[in-house]
Design a protein around this ligand. Sequence first.
Ligand code: DGL
Length: 268
Amino acid sequence: MVSEIDAGNGKMRCELPIGVFDSGVGGISVLRELVALMPNENYIFYGDSAHAPYGTKSLEEVRRLTFADAEFLMQMGVKALVVACNTATSAAVKLLRERYADLPVIGIEPALKPAVRAAEHARILVLATPMTLREDKFCELMHRFEKEAEILTLPCPGLVEFVEAGTLSGETLEEFLAELFAEYLQHPVDCAVLGCTHYPFVKPVIQKVLGADVRIFDGGEGTARETKRRLAESGLLNPSGQRGEVALYNSLASEETMQLARRLLGPL
Ligand code: DGL
């Protein structure tokens, strides 16, 4: 049990909030899973909507932005960092772990493993940002499972922007996806992996366009479980027994963005 007193506010370290961040509002899909699994924890979520999307930027730029996001949360005093962004995880999680070696840093990766386990030699489509699919982290993951399934990848530039604009349904989005998925409407897949934390917010439309038979997976729940495991291992679970609080921050800070963030968070 870590019983260290935090220098800033005199709180026990285990009572401090968990810091969660993303390039924008997408990481709220992971935040929801965290709250569902650990309702007694306090959370600070930071979305960098002013700079979203990350997935089409250079590696150097994404690393710089990711460190700025992490630093924002560190300044607020958090006991752990959850990188609720596949793109930032693939670009910088190793470097974050080196910089913040004294606290748990949990990343997210496309939920390929549960998709592979779900069916015998399935045809699996991984949807993610161009950077996630290009970086070594995902290439290694894919390599691990390539004998057990047929793994196809599809970068989805432009999809994050729909979610950032609060467009979670409608004809324009459906047409965009139908065009993006054209190849897989002709040659259907068994499973789709949502390898970007924005995509769960448009899951019903993705399901509608890909077809009702396609099983869809995302990494939010697995990341929440891994966060709980890492906190327990470090003696950092909040023992309060009372429901915690969720604070939302965003680099855009406009009323519209904060409203969207609250809408995506929904009732807890
Ligand atoms: N939400 C992000 C992810 O999980 C990044 C989207 C972006 O900014 O391109 O990859």
